[in-house]
Design a protein around this ligand. Structure first.
Ligand code: ATR
Length: 279
């Protein structure tokens, strides 16, 4: 019998997850459909109950429901619990289990470019929900240093102190981040700066960026943010948010089917839809 999968969010019309997962189901000859569900906050409880009653195999959760969905599930994976957000749900014999594949998905994408992170110093920009998933996952796999620059420094301190995995980390201000930028091998941008309506903004000056630094932005629309353009001008290697999107989806697909899908195929599907090439 055909299995049901989907993604719940508000808005949801522009989600590329249905395209990506339906292509994979077809490619791996799995009899399943993945649908977008536009669910408002007030309907979230009913929607989750409905998907459970219908026997959906699993689903993704996106903005703004990643936190609100947690008490509606039967069990939460420890990493998702620590992060405080769920983006993937698996229906295991009638029990809904919540996972977070965003952070580990990001790390998988990053290790495609930098296989050994253990001796790298990292500066993360931002301390919101996305930063939290990435920070905890990077701390879990282990990096040499993992500092945070955030506009509101108190939020960076909170994030660091709430991380369940030991890592050498400091919260720093903008001035210090800009002055000591050359100390970092990897810069990770997690805020909305660079996305409309902040297309022409930079979260910090790259004047002191190392020539061989790696600059990663979790934004993929646009494919190349102003930060990545500036980084390229300074001979840095860059990565946009497509890899994170693809790998979080690949890990979700693996949780649902037991198959780790071909990330190149997934990236190609998304790039075709976006009408551009990854930078
Ligand atoms: P998400 O879940 O996408 O991470 P979020 O939790 O609202 O969204 O976090 C947004 C992040 O972007 C925060 O780090 C925020 O900084 P503050 O903690 O100071 O609010 C950052 N951010 C958003 N807009 C910003 C701007 N215009 N300038 C600097 N930082 C900004």
């Amino acid at each position: 019998m055909k299995k049901l999968f989907g993604v719940i969010g508000d808005p949801i019309a522009h989600s590329m997850s249905p395209l990506m997962h339906n292509d994979l189901f077809q490619h791996y000859k799995i009899d399943a459909d993945y649908l977008p569900f536009h669910i408002k906050e007030a309907q979230l409880t009913d929607a989750i109950k409905g998907l459970k009653a219908l026997g959906a195999g699993g689903f993704n959760i996106t903005i703004p429901h990643k936190i609100a969905v947690m008490p509606l599930l039967d069990k939460i994976d420890p990493l998702a619990e620590a992060i405080g957000a769920v983006n993937t749900v698996v229906n295991q014999d009638g029990l809904l289990i919540g996972y977070n594949t965003d952070g580990i998905g990001y790390v998988r994408g990053l290790t495609e470019k930098i296989p050994d992170l253990s001796d790298r110093s990292v500066l993360m920009i931002g301390a919101g929900g996305a930063a939290r998933a990435l920070f905890f996952s990077l701390a879990k796999v282990g990096v040499k240093k993992l500092d945070i620059y955030n506009r509101t420094i108190a939020k960076a301190h909170d994030l660091i102190s709430e991380c369940p995995y030991a890592v050498d980390s400091n919260a720093i201000g903008k001035e210090q981040a800009e002055a000591s930028l050359a100390d970092y091998d990897v810069i990770i941008q997690t805020t909305s700066i660079g996305m409309a309506p902040h297309l022409d903004e930079l979260p910090l000056s790259l004047e002191n960026l190392r020539e061989n630094a790696f600059v990663s932005d979790i934004i993929y629309n646009p494919l190349e943010t102003k930060l990545l353009k500036e980084a390229k001008k300074r001979q840095a290697r860059v990565q946009n948010g497509l890899d994170m999107f693809v790998f979080q989806g690949a890990l979700a697909f693996e949780l649902w089917t037991g198959i780790f899908p071909d990330p190149k195929r997934m990236k190609h599907t998304v790039e075709r839809q976006l009408g551009g090439k990854q930078c």
